[in-house]
Write a protein that binds this ligand. Structure first.
Ligand SMILES: [Zn+2]
Length: 108
């Protein structure tokens, strides 16, 4: 695990209101990280600072002239945010935090 991942997972635990010292929470953060960095070949990133996600059917960005073959696949999490126009994870986090007040697994 690299430092970047470690910090991301710590941040995730903080946002989720779960204790990173607990192995079940740390495992949850690890899975979330793996999901976060998952990419899809249906979309790709160009070099633009904003609106850099393009569907695979688009082979070149008209703004920065990046071409699909030379650019990385987009992260699924970013594609989802772009499509839905909202950060869905934050809503989910809120729901989880409300839930966790009454439903924290114990004895693990
Ligand atoms: Zn571009």
């Amino acid at each position: 695990m690299n430092t970047k991942q470690w910090f991301w997972m710590m941040e995730y635990c903080k946002k989720q209101c779960i204790p990173p010292a607990q192995s079940w929470a740390w495992e949850m953060a690890k899975q979330a990280y793996d999901k976060m960095i998952e990419t899809t070949e249906n979309y790709w990133d160009c070099e633009c600072r904003h609106n850099y996600i393009h569907p695979a059917a688009v082979t070149e960005c008209v703004i920065c002239k990046a071409v699909r073959e030379e650019q990385p696949d987009s992260m699924i999490s970013e594609v989802r945010v772009m499509i839905e126009g909202v950060d869905v994870s934050s809503e989910r986090i809120k729901a989880y935090c409300d839930l966790s007040k009454t439903n924290i697994p114990d004895g693990i």
